[in-house]
Design a protein around this ligand. Structure first.
Ligand SMILES: Nc1ccn([C@@H]2O[C@H](COP(=O)(O)O)[C@@H](O)[C@H]2O)c(=O)n1
Ligand SMILES: C[C@@]1(CO)OP(=O)(O)OP(=O)(O)OC[C@H]1O
Length: 158
């Protein structure tokens, strides 16, 4: 049995916060705003996983009105959802992600992000692909107002 899911998320920049993408803290002059640590890529992956098992979205499981999730580590949120995925009998087939950011340059951090995502999804790094693109200075990402991320996930069940 196979199931597919897709995710998309956006967070705007905010001064005075660390920039955390894919569970890795990336040196940059500002971070992203959010109720949690605002890890736009891990939120996208969480949504893709939830979509694949037909379980709604991240906000349904971890409402941004709940103080319990204030400044939450998004890796912990993804681990909880991945436990649900595993309980349903699914493992990772593969995941492909895109981070849309004018800056910072993501390429020096891609391998560390892929390794961290693989660890969170109990998979091999060869099953995880993370890409980055600018939006050629167009739109909110191009104006460096925020960062967007997309993911497509394939789950497999023996
Ligand atoms: N934040 C980013 C954006 C892009 N990259 C890398 O640069 C390549 C070219 O980007 P274009 O938007 O001009 O297509 C892209 O393929 C990435 O390898 C990056 O590292 N960080
Ligand atoms: C993760 C949660 C919960 O802390 O908060 P945010 O960091 O604001 O993230 P978002 O992608 O808007 O949606 C899910 C939220 O409920």
């Amino acid at each position: 049995m196979i199931r597919v899911g897709q995710g998309f998320d956006v967070h705007k920049f905010e001064e005075g916060r660390p920039l955390i993408i894919g569970g890795i803290t990336i040196p940059h002059e500002r971070g992203l705003a959010g109720h949690s640590d605002a890890d736009v890529l891990l939120h996208t992956i969480t949504d893709a996983a939830l979509g694949a098992i037909g379980e709604g979205d991240i906000g349904r499981h971890f409402p941004d009105t709940d103080e319990a999730f204030k400044d939450a580590d998004s890796a912990v949120l993804l681990e909880k959802i991945w436990q649900l995925v595993n309980e349903r009998g699914y493992q990772l087939g593969n995941i492909d992600c895109t981070v849309i950011a004018e800056r910072p340059k993501m390429s020096p951090h891609i391998e560390a992000i892929q390794a961290r995502v693989a660890e969170l999804l109990k998979a091999d790094i060869s099953q995880v692909n993370v890409k980055a693109t600018t939006s050629e200075k167009l739109g909110f990402t191009g104006r460096e107002e925020g960062i967007a991320a997309m993911a497509t996930i394939l789950l497999t069940k023996q």
